[in-house]
Design a protein around this ligand. Structure first.
Ligand code: PFF
Length: 451
């Protein structure tokens, strides 16, 4: 039996789309998108994001999934299979999920803790603005982090079709229902309409190059690009699944849930503070929102449903991140899947413990002025991901040539609309934009510019 016949696969198109959408829809959509939209002028950011998603995001996601399906390898070997000179890109891209997964599970643990507090009727305690700071500066995030890792790894252990696909088929529809329900509820709060207008009406006076850069950075994060996830999931995709149609569906899911998250969070915050707190940044979900929920008559119910939604989103994404680490380990060393899962659990807990304790007992240890979690986030999102994406575009655009991936996307007679756009983005638009992201994110982390 050769490698391609032994490899796990999703049972069909729906399984693939739901699992890949599960990967894309995560904390990025519910926690990060609303605060960025609020910061960058609401409607202006939204519009910018949508335009980038259907051009830039579409082309990069098609490229990654096609690389995976064509080579039937995870990122560690896929690039080298396409061209030997790009073998180095495998380990580089593989480093990204190894760095991200541990700290992502730490934030997943925070979400679990909040869900637990709401579900046990303690929502009123979360209204205190200091609750979050006290929580992350204690040792308790470590316990929630280990619990979150345990759930993630157990699902990954059960396999691609039986575990990941089944879980996604249950969690993703529930996630959509919860998002719709909570968004409708938030829109009925008094004063919410002002927030809706802020969120939907473009204010071009707020538009600047940094809006585009922020939207582009968010797109990478949200669509799980440049970290080997889509290559790995593509390697499990069957040849008769329609590749570009699947990408459209994943994008609709991803952008749709981000849009709904904005529609929950921004109007709710406006209703509560008349817009004063909408720029709370990363604290919007853990600090501001509990205050808002505290003011509604059904605090604990709405808080439980909201954090359940966030937990589903975080879990399906963490599963894809952990699966990518497992497949990299297995493809690289030839070890069995189960052994790969156990080693992954050890890596996650080992590395993640630093991030889990990084605002508490380990707060004195800073790396280039950052706590562990912020440092891991910076290295992966601001440095490695743009570098990997840039090199992927060069490999696809100029070495293997877009035509070979277009051929993969058109396998078994599948249509590919937007081929010219694909070639233009991969060869010209994406490389230029990615260099701009890289330079700006480094300058902004060094405090030289602010984005
Ligand atoms: N795309 C997912 C999200 O938006 O949360 C998962 C994710 C992958 C997040 C990679 C962050 C990241 F760097």
């Amino acid at each position: 039996m050769n490698e391609s016949t032994k490899r796990s696969s999703f049972s069909g198109k729906l399984g693939f789309v739901l699992a890949a959408a599960g990967s894309a829809v995560g904390l990025g959509n519910i926690w990060r998108f609303p605060y960025l939209a609020a910061k960058y002028g609401g409607g202006t950011f939204l519009l910018c994001y949508l335009v980038l998603a259907v051009t830039f995001g579409f082309a990069l996601m098609v490229a990654e999934i096609a690389i995976g399906r064509k080579t039937r390898q995870s990122a560690i070997r896929a690039y080298g299979t396409l061209d030997k000179r790009f073998r180095f890109l495998g380990p580089l891209a593989s480093l990204v999920p190894i760095i991200i997964t541990p700290y992502y599970c730490v934030i997943g643990g925070w979400v679990m803790k909040y869900l637990f507090v709401y579900a046990t009727g303690g929502g009123a305690t979360l209204v205190d603005g200091n609750y979050f700071t006290q929580f992350i500066s204690s040792t308790s995030p470590l316990i929630w982090f280990v619990l979150f890792v345990a759930v993630t790894v157990v699902i990954v252990m059960t396999g691609v079709e039986k575990g990941i696909e089944k879980v996604s088929k249950v969690m993703m529809p529930l996630l959509v229902l919860l998002s719709l329900g909570i968004a409708v509820y938030c829109l009925t709060l008094p004063g919410a309409m002002e927030g809706v207008i802020y969120y939907l009406k473009p204010d071009f006076s707020k538009f600047s190059a940094t809006t585009i850069l922020a939207a582009m950075g968010q797109l990478f994060y949200s669509m799980s690009l440049a970290m080997g996830i889509m290559i790995t999931y593509g390697s499990y995709m069957k040849k008769d699944s329609h590749l570009t149609a699947s990408v459209h569906q994943i994008e609709i899911f991803d952008t749709g849930i981000a849009f709904l998250a904005g529609l929950m969070v921004i109007p709710a915050v406006f209703s509560f503070t008349g817009g004063a707190d909408v720029n709370a940044g990363p604290g919007l979900m853990f600090m501001t929102l509990p205050k808002v929920f505290g003011s509604v008559p059904i605090t604990n119910i709405i808080g439980t449903l909201f954090f359940l939604l966030v937990l589903f989103a975080a879990l399906t994404s963490a599963i894809s991140l952990a699966e990518t680490v497992v497949s990299i380990l297995c493809d690289f060393t030839g070890i069995k899947r189960m052994t790969g899962c156990l080693i992954t659990a050890v890596i996650l807990i080992g590395l993640g413990s630093f991030s889990a304790l990084g605002y508490g007992p380990l707060a004195q240890i800073q790396i280039i002025g950052m706590a562990f979690l912020d440092f891991f986030d910076f290295i992966s999102n601001s440095i490695l991901m743009p570098v990997v994406a840039f090199l992927t575009c060069i490999l696809v655009g100029y070495i293997v040539k877009p035509a070979s991936l277009i051929e993969e996307a058109e396998a078994e007679g599948a249509s590919f609309r937007g081929k010219k756009l694909f070639v233009f983005v991969i060869k010209y638009l994406a490389p230029v934009c990615i260099v701009a992201i890289l330079i700006s994110s480094v300058l902004s982390s060094l405090g030289i510019i602010s984005i």
